[in-house]
Design a protein around this ligand. Structure first.
Ligand SMILES: N[C@@H](CCC(=O)N[C@@H](CS)C(=O)NCC(=O)O)C(=O)O
Length: 240
């Protein structure tokens, strides 16, 4: 059988591409990394790989896969591991359905509210948006992290001791959420950790454990991320 060849086209500052890095690290697959400069127009050769010009793109034995959620799902499906069990039997399918439901709940609720915090044009707006985000987490995500009978006691989704696809898909956003709440960055209310502790303690513990995991934090550069977010988004809430 021909050797497997995986190429990840990526940019280390991109939270979407970050998902592919987590999935590849956790499955232990060898891959070649090609860095794409996002500050200049994409070169024609890259547009042939991904006409949208976005990262990440994955080449798997020459087959191109784009869109980070699909890339991460593909890696987890093609190489079954602790991230995600194969789709059968029914218990596996049920667990996969729970993970899918969780990921689908996270993005519209948490990520949208989080970007509103980052875009805030004033301290007052930032405080209000941070409170809105915590309220969304409390209502939509915290109940999904409630331990169920018979599940493990690990810090990850469903009581897993190891990362799952839920952390692969959400981890890059969690690490940014917690890191950017530090006072020196001024991008999210510094009250975020306290608000989470009071209103969504399970979410806080999950986010902290995920952010502390080596597969999640190994490519994360906090200062570079904060500077980039400030340049691109801070104060844009009032702009059309
Ligand atoms: N929906 C895409 C989003 C990817 C995305 O927005 N990537 C950004 C970097 S974080 C990008 O490639 N931007 C290049 C550009 O807009 O020119 C995915 O999940 O893969």
């Amino acid at each position: 059988m021909a050797a497997r060849k995986i190429i990840l086209y990526t940019n280390l500052s991109c939270p979407w591409a970050h998902r592919a890095h987590i999935a590849l690290r956790e499955t232990g697959l060898d891959f070649e990394q090609v860095l794409i400069d996002l500050d200049t127009p994409r070169e024609p050769w890259y547009l042939e790989i991904n006409p949208a010009g976005l990262v990440p793109s994955l080449s798997y034995n020459g087959n191109i896969i784009t869109e980070s959620a699909i890339v991460a799902q593909f890696i987890a499906d093609a190489h079954p591991s602790h991230l995600l069990p194969p789709s059968g039997p029914a218990d596996n399918a049920l667990y996969r359905a729970r993970i899918r439901f969780f990921i689908d709940a996270f993005f519209p609720k948490v990520q949208v509210a989080y970007m509103k915090c980052i875009r805030s044009s004033s301290e007052a707006e930032r405080e209000e948006m941070t409170q809105e985000m915590v309220a969304a987490i409390k209502k939509g995500i915290e109940p999904l992290l409630e331990p169920k009978a018979g599940q493990g006691k690990g810090p990850f989704f469903g009581g897993s001791e190891k990362l799952t696809l839920a952390e692969v898909q959400c981890g890059s956003f969690l690490i940014r959420m917690l890191a950017l709440a530090k006072p020196e960055h001024g991008l999210v209310s510094t009250k975020l950790p306290t608000l989470l502790e009071q209103q969504a303690p399970r979410f806080k513990r999950w986010a902290e454990a995920t952010s502390a995991h080596e597969s999640v934090n190994y490519i994360f550069n906090e200062q570079e991320c904060a500077d980039r977010m400030r340049r691109r988004f801070a104060g844009t809430s009032s702009k059309v």
